[in-house]
Design a protein around this ligand. Structure first.
Ligand code: BTN
Length: 351
């Protein structure tokens, strides 16, 4: 359970709720959006009853139903209701409220379990669902990473999501897609959580204090050099305890909770990450996107100056990592000063 800030005993004046645009024809959505906007303050039961044209008992009973989904909603005489905490698995009404708060109008599919959210997004695309849409799951049975690796995906505390897009643009416009996602989501997480040592490891890892916090997996369907659809998968360890991860991951993985000592709200993170990701996918298609990426990459580059080896198919390259070029390739500098741009591969640090 991630607790919301406490100690504010005030009732928020209804004029401050600004629930404009939140339709009262969906009472649960209205209740949750109002609770969110008021948080950490209380919102008056009278105000909610008046807006929803319901009795106060009617409001109480709806609040009680919302509590059964796992939300912690405090009730206090003369003050009303306050959202005080949320569970560590996603709850549809609260996620809807956060999507509204973030002005996201894309449909999302929230599953209890799935093989992989990327696979589910691909199946939905194949069966004619129009993108953009988002797939989220409480757990994944076959969560996958790059190069055929597994992505450990237990239930509770982590985020597993995939965003499906149908950009219909030339492939070249999407060549930096994952790198844009990495710097954009990485910067957002730095700002949101206050962590400093968050870095992007080319091409698809987010590391916090040298341990893996999140991974990205972009899968595209390409037709005559046009990107027909893209599925961007993102896994983020939020409130999980790394002690419960398999032994081989314990020394190399981390979570936001492990590093900050506090629990984070997964609904807010999910909605805000989707917002950042959609913005990044638009940024990466712009004319000057390569140059813009270089500036941002520089600040977040985990490999900069490190001696690395890259396994790229059957080839192996070694040298000092020296940033990326505008096409997103990693630049390696050999001992003799020669530079080589490597487009893809598996990077390991030299001991
Ligand atoms: C990697 O580090 O190699 C990439 C990991 C990507 C994991 C995410 S979790 C959501 C989505 N569904 C998957 O099966 N994989 C991605």
């Amino acid at each position: 359970m991630a607790k919301y800030p406490k100690g504010i005993r005030k009732v928020l004046h209804p004029s401050k709720v600004k629930a404009k645009g939140i339709k009262t024809n969906d009472p649960n959505a209205f209740l949750l959006s109002s609770l969110l906007k008021a948080s950490p303050q209380f919102i008056s039961g009278n105000y909610l009853a008046e807006k929803l044209k319901m009795s106060r008992v009617g409001i109480w009973s709806r609040i009680d139903k919302l509590r059964k989904t796992g939300l912690l909603i405090e009730a206090c005489q003369n003050r009303g209701y306050r959202l005080a905490g949320e569970p560590n698995t996603l709850v549809r009404p609260l996620l809807e409220a956060w999507f509204k708060e973030c002005k996201l109008e894309y449909p999302f599919h929230l599953l209890d379990r799935v093989d992989s959210t990327n696979s589910e997004a691909e199946r939905l695309l194949a069966s004619g669902h129009r993108a953009p849409f988002i797939v989220l799951s409480h757990q994944q049975e076959k969560g996958r990473g790059r190069m055929g690796r597994k992505w450990h995906s237990p239930k509770g505390g982590n985020l597993y999501l995939s965003i499906a897009l149908q950009p219909n643009v030339e492939l070249v416009k999407f060549r930096n897609f994952t790198l844009w996602q990495g710097v954009s989501i990485g910067k957002f997480l730095q700002k949101h959580t206050g962590v400093e040592d968050l870095r992007v490891k080319w091409p698809n890892d987010l590391l916090l204090n040298n341990r893996k916090l999140a991974g990205m997996l972009t899968e595209a369907s390409i037709d005559c050099d046009q990107v027909r659809s893209i599925v961007f998968g993102f896994g983020l360890n939020i409130n999980s305890s790394i002690k419960q991860f398999p032994n081989d991951l314990q020394n190399i993985s981390t979570s936001l909770k492990e590093e900050t000592g506090m629990e984070w709200r997964i609904h807010e993170l999910a909605a805000k990450i989707v917002r950042v990701s959609i913005k990044a996918s638009k940024e990466c298609m712009k004319e000057d996107s390569g140059e813009k990426l270089l500036q941002q990459w520089e600040e977040m580059d985990f490999l900069k100056g490190q001696k690395v080896t890259i396994q790229s198919g059957k080839d192996q390259f070694s040298g000092k990592a020296n940033g990326i070029d505008a096409s997103g390739a990693l630049i390696l500098q050999a001992r003799n000063g020669k530079r080589k741009a490597v487009n893809s591969g598996e990077v390991s640090l030299q001991k």
